[in-house]
Ligand binder design. Structure first.
Ligand code: NI
Length: 208
């Protein structure tokens, strides 16, 4: 076999062994999107219509012009949500004045238990700047789909009202035009997120 064919075979083997460009949620890593699928994923409009804790209808358009840190979860979550929202509050704190252009958004996928009162109290316990949203199931599902997120109710056979919810645990970082910049996987450190956010803010400031 001529050497060039052998090289091509080796290359083909390497390519086939490479995982797809958009991997599912990975713990402790930034979910970097690259390649053509990522371009599509970034360009996808993140449309939603939800309700804030004051009962007002809020759409994605409301946030245009602001950077968002979007997280899906529920207030009864035993550990993942509190850990993630604590990280969000630490990120906001560490960003100082830079946080002025960023809105953290917490979208509850459990509207049955997360009433506006419950949501307001929960979110503000982490950071007053967190905008907590939810809505009727169909609207929540649409928002989840818009962000390529996921959730699933896990029933508790012994106690129907004590169900848990499996859900996406990554934090979506959204640009002022509504496009996805990146996702921070569950377990990313506050420092790593802050560093990346500042990098983006500074790069955008240079362009604009
Ligand atoms: Ni959770």
């Amino acid at each position: 076999m001529p050497p060039i064919s052998r090289i091509l075979l080796v290359l083909a083997a390497i390519l086939m062994a490479t995982p797809p460009a958009i991997a599912p949620v990975r713990a402790g890593t930034e979910i970097i999107t690259a390649g053509p699928e990522a371009k599509q994923e970034r360009a996808k409009p993140r449309r939603f219509l939800l309700t804030d804790t004051a009962g007002r209808a809020v759409t994605d358009q409301h946030f245009l012009g602001r950077y968002l840190l979007v997280y899906f979860g529920y207030t009864y979550c035993p550990d993942v949500c509190p850990t993630s929202l604590l990280t969000v509050s630490e990120v906001m704190e560490a960003l100082g004045d830079r946080a002025a252009s960023i809105t953290p958004v917490f979208i509850s996928v459990d509207p049955d238990r997360d009433t506006p009162e419950v949501l307001a109290e929960y979110a503000s316990a982490f950071d007053e700047r967190i905008v907590a949203l939810t809505g009727p199931k169909a609207y929540v599902d649409a928002a989840v789909a818009a962000y390529n997120a996921y959730y699933k109710i896990v029933p508790d056979p012994n106690s129907p009202e004590d169900y848990t919810v499996d859900h996406t645990a990554s934090l979506a970082f959204v640009a002022p035009d509504g496009r996805l910049i990146t996702r921070f996987g569950y377990g990313q450190t506050t420092e790593a997120i802050v560093e990346r956010v500042i990098e983006v803010l500074e790069a955008d400031a240079k362009v604009n």
